[in-house]
Design a protein around this ligand. Structure first.
Ligand code: CU
Length: 258
């Protein structure tokens, strides 16, 4: 049987390893800037999942290393078999119940975060997003402009207001991804997909197509400008009646559908 001393050594090593693992999870900056209220909740969720995973990883690794160390084959034991252990209901109940509780907890927490992130606010503005090979275009409907809809290759959103993105594709499947918003949603021909975000940090952040959609896929990038509501409305006014200013990047030669 393993000695008391070796059990204590294993336990202390496991606690130290868990501490180091959780320390590393704080030291690494996993994510880009948080530019929406949703981003904060999403990042906290990820960090809780990472922290919950560290002790489990350490436990599994500790048991493996401990067994290799304590129950290794000694000289002269080459032909011996292990002890004929058969069933251990108490242990089996234990290792079924604990993962069940842990998983249900994580699923419940993830559900609450996603549900909060997608909750319909009292007031929101709509932005129509269109993906096509190989550019994003945006349309601000009359409900936002108070006049004629505005088409743009640039995406401007006001800080502190909830934005609902309604996404459509003209050709193949794309994915509308704003890493700083923690949004990613497929943009599929024939259907309209949606996502909400409330920008809460001024700045310019990349918009990326995150599904390989053809030869020009890597050019299918844009920028979201989070500006104050005053600047947002001034920009909308400046766009009214004007043709969309910046053209999309040219597709490389030979880039076609498919
Ligand atoms: Cu694309």
């Amino acid at each position: 049987m393993p000695s008391r001393r070796s059990k204590v050594i294993a336990a202390v090593a496991a606690v130290i390893a868990t501490g180091i693992g959780i320390g590393i999870s704080y030291a690494i900056h996993w994510f880009p800037a948080q530019a929406t209220t949703q981003a904060k909740e999403t990042d906290t969720l990820y960090h809780v999942l990472v922290i919950a995973s560290v002790p489990i990883f350490v436990l599994v690794t500790s048991v493996i290393l401990y067994s290799v160390w304590q129950f290794r084959m000694r000289p002269g034991e080459e032909l011996k078999d292990g002890p004929p252990i058969h069933g251990n209901p108490r242990l089996e109940v234990f290792w079924t119940a604990i993962p069940t509780v842990l998983l249900l907890g994580m699923i419940g927490y993830s559900f609450v975060v996603l549900n909060n992130n997608e909750k319909k606010p009292a007031k929101e503005i709509n932005v129509e997003v269109t993906g096509q090979q190989f550019a994003w275009t945006y349309e601000y409907p009359s409900s936002v402009t108070g006049g004629k809809p505005v088409d743009s290759y640039a995406l401007y959103v006001p800080k502190g207001e909830s934005v609902r993105f309604n996404m459509r594709s003209k050709d193949v499947i794309h994915a509308f991804w704003i890493p700083a918003f923690r949004i990613q949603e497929d943009v599929v021909p024939g259907i309209t997909t949606h996502w909400r975000a409330t920008p809460d940090r001024l700045g310019n952040y990349p918009v990326v197509c995150n599904l390989l959609c053809g030869l020009g896929h890597s050019l299918m990038r844009s920028t979201v400008h989070v500006v104050t509501p005053e600047r947002f409305h001034a920009w909308l006014e400046s766009q009214k009646g004007a043709p969309p200013s910046t053209p999309p990047p040219a597709a490389p030669a030979g880039a076609t559908n498919g």
